[in-house]
Ligand binder design. Structure first.
Ligand SMILES: Cc1cc2nc3c(=O)[nH]c(=O)nc-3n(C[C@H](O)[C@H](O)[C@H](O)COP(=O)(O)OP(=O)(O)OC[C@H]3O[C@@H](n4cnc5c(N)ncnc54)[C@H](O)[C@@H]3O)c2cc1C
Length: 395
């Protein structure tokens, strides 16, 4: 299949962030197309734990996360589906006094952002959460947090984006892109040639690869959180569980299965495949039974993972490119971008229309990794991307 597309905005990546951006740009009348190498929501956005939490975030992320939380309540009107979002609350557990002190610190800091986090210890802990194991010494509860079904959220945004007029191309990787005087020129694996005034890089763990086409080098590490799910059990876990230190987390869906994670698995970044890690799987089981003793002896029926891009400071890159006008990045969500995705889409649309956002983005600037701005083609592998494209070469 070949053809030429002339667009206002081209989007590389069909995760939650990309599909939400497509929706907001199309709703505001832009000619927009999204290109996804596989199917929308098939990578991190579709295989994650499903935690929708503000609790425990880097404070730099809280304004964005607060904005996202408001959107989660509006999903039905926005995309015609609630994504199975339920505000079940998120209970973070401490297994030592030091961990409890870290939960207290977070609760104090979160209050500055208007996020309510309750500290729970002593008799109240045992009375309110009788199903916790004895090793837990205290907890903090963020009642507005919750969980959703990752399988359906990005496809929901993609469906709404299509209805708003966006074109969504699945099984069509973008193999190369460059910018010249006329704007961006993209080449896809199907040989389609695309022109666009704006290019949005929401390529997830592959975002650094796209940034490198424009001379921006971001040290992204592709990692794979290990996930597991048990057989259905009697329903008794009404809140999402995490622990200070993050080595295990769990939630129970109404059908009864307990979904839990902890530790890192394995991936082959080039082949785009991943799986839960052997040793980590049994360690996470042990940690789970430690905090929820009633999960002892239950059957794990499936394990899986996905590929996520981690930055060294574990907050994302969001904002304009330092080298290339019209290029906007949002990637490197470091294991917690599912909750943020709906707000990232709105922010990207704001950046396209006004060059700024009502949400503070300074901590996410790409320049924290790349240093001073450099002209297109001056970094990376040293090749001139425009000349390379003219010679029919893509990368
Ligand atoms: C196992 C696991 C558990 C997690 N748990 C949670 C959680 O509980 N809560 C939370 O908030 N976050 C969680 N996360 C993180 C969260 O899933 C991600 O941060 C988020 O989904 C990232 O969304 P995205 O749209 O940026 O990227 P992705 O969903 O990875 O989407 C990027 C897309 O770009 C496509 N792409 C890449 N290169 C190209 C190209 N050249 N051409 C076309 N398409 C391309 C990819 O195929 C991919 O579909 C978890 C992640 C994993 C892996």
């Amino acid at each position: 299949m070949t053809g030429h597309l002339d667009l206002d905005a081209a989007i590389i990546g069909g995760g939650t962030a990309g599909c939400a951006a497509a929706l907001h740009l199309a709703t505001r009348g832009l000619r927009v197309a999204l290109f996804e190498r596989r199917t929308v929501g098939s990578q991190a956005s579709g295989v994650n734990f499903g935690g929708v939490r503000e609790h425990g975030r880097d404070f730099a992320e809280l304004p964005l996360s607060r904005r996202a939380r408001r959107i989660w309540d509006r999903l039905p009107e926005l995309i015609g589906s609630d994504g199975e979002f339920m505000a079940t609350g998120h209970l973070k557990l401490a297994r030592s006094d030091e961990q409890m002190a870290s939960l207290e610190d977070f609760a104090r800091g979160a209050a500055d952002y208007g996020l309510a986090v309750e500290l729970i210890t002593g008799n109240r802990l045992r009375a309110d959460f009788p199903w916790l194991g004895p090793r837990v010494v205290g907890a903090s509860l963020c009642r507005s947090d919750g969980q959703a079904n990752p399988r359906i959220v990005a496809p929901g945004f993609a469906r709404a984006a299509r209805q708003a007029g966006a074109q969504i191309f699945e099984h069509e990787a973008v193999e190369g892109a460059l910018r010249d005087e006329g704007g961006f020129r993209l080449e896809t694996e199907r040989g389609r040639r695309v022109s666009a005034r704006t290019l949005i890089n929401v390529a997830g763990a592959w975002g650094a690869k796209v940034a490198a086409w424009f001379g921006e080098s971001v040290p992204i590490e592709p990692q794979s959180p290990s996930m597991q799910v048990t057989e259905p059990l009697p329903y008794r876990l009404p809140v999402n569980i995490g622990v200070a230190g993050g080595d295990v987390y769990a939630r129970q869906i109404p059908r009864g299965n307990v979904i839990f994670g902890g530790g890192r698995g394995w991936n082959d970044f080039g082949a785009i495949t991943s799986r839960a890690g052997g040793g980590n799987v049994t360690q996470a089981m042990g940690r789970l039974t430690d905090i929820l003793p009633w999960t002892r002896h239950v059957h794990v029926i499936r394990t899986w993972s996905g590929i996520e891009g981690y930055t060294p400071d574990e907050i994302p890159v969001i904002g304009p490119s330092d080298t290339t006008p019209g290029l906007i990045h949002a990637f490197g969500f470091s294991g917690h971008g599912f909750q943020l995705g709906p707000a990232v889409g709105e922010v990207l649309a704001e950046l396209v229309f006004s060059g700024g956002s009502e949400t503070p983005l300074a901590p996410f600037a790409i320049g924290r990794f790349t240093g001073a701005a450099a002209p297109v083609g001056a970094q990376g592998d040293g090749r001139d991307p425009i000349a390379a494209m003219q010679q029919g070469e893509t990368r």
